[in-house]
Design a protein around this ligand. Structure first.
Ligand SMILES: *Cc1c(COP(=O)(O)O)cnc(C)c1O
Length: 217
C-alpha cells in the first residue's frame, strides 16, 4: 500500500514539485518501503527520532527538519539534516549558523510563517517576515532558501487556499527583493488533505504523511 501511495502521489505531482515524506512516528521499515517506491526526501519532526532513523537509513535520502527546532538540539540537527523548514526567529537562525560553522556546512533554511496569526502556533507573523529575512541573509553559514507554512486548521480543505495564496504572495515579494540569491526558491506548503490546493497555489515542496503511510496509530 505504501509503495502504491507513493507512486500515485509522485505521478500526480507536476514536474518541479518535490515530495517530502512526513515520517514522524513511522517505522524504519515503513520509511524504507516509501524510499523503494521513489521517495527522495524524508521530513522528520524530532531530532532524536531522526537521529535513530538516520543511523539505519543514512544519506541515501535527503533529511529535512519539519518540526519545531529547539536550540539545544541544533548541534545534533545540523549534522543530520539537509534543510530546516521551521526557522522562525533570528536567534534560531544564528544558532544554526554557528553550529554549521563548526562543522563547515552551509544549511539551507526556510522561514516558517504563521499565516493564520494563531497565538499558540510556531512561525513568524506575515508582517515580520521581511525583517527576519533581511537579517538572516547576513548570516554566513545558512542559506535562506524559501518559506514554509502549515496554515491554520480548517474544516474544509478549500478554506486553506486563501492562506496559501497569502504565503505565496509573501514568497514572491521576498523573491523579487532577493534576486541576487538564486537559491531562494522553495515554497513548502500542503499536507495530505491540502497538497493539491497548495500545488495549484504555487507550492513546489509538499509534506505528506497520512496519504502515504495511512492514519497514525
Ligand atoms: C505531520 C506533518 C505533515 C504531514 O501531515 P499529514 O496530514 O499526515 O500529511 C506535514 N508537515 C508537518 C510540519 C507535519 O508535522
Amino acid at each position: 500500500m505504501i509503495e502504491k501511495n507513493v507512486r500515485k502521489i509522485l505521478s500526480q505531482l507536476p514536474e518541479g514539485v518535490e515530495l517530502v515524506a512526513a515520517t514522524k512516528k513511522r517505522s524504519i521499515d515503513e520509511i524504507l518501503r516509501a524510499i523503494d517506491a521513489g521517495v527522495k526526501i524524508v521530513g522528520e519532526n524530532y531530532v532524536q527520532e531522526a537521529e535513530r532513523k538516520y543511523k539505519v537509513i543514512g544519506p541515501r535520502v535527503k533529511w529535512h527538519m519539519i518540526g519545531h527546532l529547539q536550540k539545544n538540539k541544533v548541534k545534533k540537527a545540523v549534522e543530520i539534516f539537509d534543510m530546516i523548514h521551521t526557522v522562525d526567529s533570528f536567534s534560531l537562525a544564528q544558532c544554526i549558523s554557528k553550529a554549521c560553522a563548526r562543522i563547515g556546512k552551509v544549511m539551507p533554511i526556510l522561514i516558517e510563517i504563521n499565516i493564520g496569526r494563531e497565538s499558540q502556533k510556531a512561525g513568524v507573523f506575515p508582517e515580520d517576515v521581511q525583517q527576519l529575512a533581511n537579517s538572516i541573509v547576513e548570516l554566513p553559514y545558512v542559506r535562506l532558501s524559501g518559506v514554509m507554512s502549515m496554515g491554520p486548521l480548517v474544516d474544509n480543505p478549500e478554506k486553506i487556499r486563501y492562506y496559501f495564496r497569502n504565503v505565496r504572495d509573501i514568497f514572491n515579494r521576498l523573491k523579487s527583493e532577493l534576486v541576487m540569491v538564486d537559491y531562494f526558491k522553495y515554497l513548502s506548503l500542503g499536507m495530505s488533505d491540502t497538497y493539491r490546493i497548495a500545488v495549484e497555489e504555487g507550492a513546489n515542496m509538499v509534506r505528506i504523511g497520512t496519504a502515504i503511510f495511512g492514519p497514525r496509530q
